[in-house]
Design a protein. Structure first.
Length: 157
């Protein structure tokens, strides 16, 4: 059985080995490692995930195009103000990861104390009751199709 998590030699980025999850040998250890990494660092470097490298590279290229757009353009696909509906674009400062804090006033205090510096774009199933929020047609041709394609690659791989 392989290790689920280790720290890289070059940095403190947590490296999570997804193989034990995929082969079923230790799903819980991988899940625990990912949760620990998200709590402590906010992200992970996932290895042995089985996603095709060309698809990952293609989505990185689309992400680069999207995030290079002016904020006013990205805000044409805004993440709803309620955090319970994760779709569309979230600008820096919009989201604040917290441990089970749902009160809007408490969340606002947390956002002021330690503002969120990331931006994101979230996509889900097209048939989900929480509809995806896209840029208007013609703003970034091909982005919607590439995002949905990558979503399904991730779901089915």
């Amino acid at each position: 059985m392989s290790q689920a998590i280790k720290l890289g030699d070059v940095s403190d980025i947590p490296i999570v080995n997804f193989a034990p999850f995929l082969d079923g040998s230790n799903k819980q250890a991988v899940a625990d490692a990912m949760i620990q990494s998200f709590k402590n660092t906010g992200f992970v470097y996932l290895v042995n995930h089985s996603l095709p490298k060309d698809k990952v590279n293609e989505m990185f290229a689309w992400s680069k195009k999207f995030f290079a757009l002016p904020i006013q353009t990205k805000m044409l696909a805004p993440h709803p103000s309620s955090g319970m509906y994760p779709r569309g674009y979230s600008p820096p400062g919009k989201e604040k990861a917290s441990q089970h804090v749902y009160d809007e006033n408490e969340l606002e205090k947390l956002r002021v104390q330690a503002p969120d510096v990331k931006e994101s774009f979230e996509v889900g199933r097209e048939d989900d009751p929480m509809a995806n929020i896209w840029l208007p047609d013609g703003v970034l041709p091909g982005f919607k199709e590439a995002s949905l394609d990558f979503f399904w690659v991730c779901c089915l791989t």
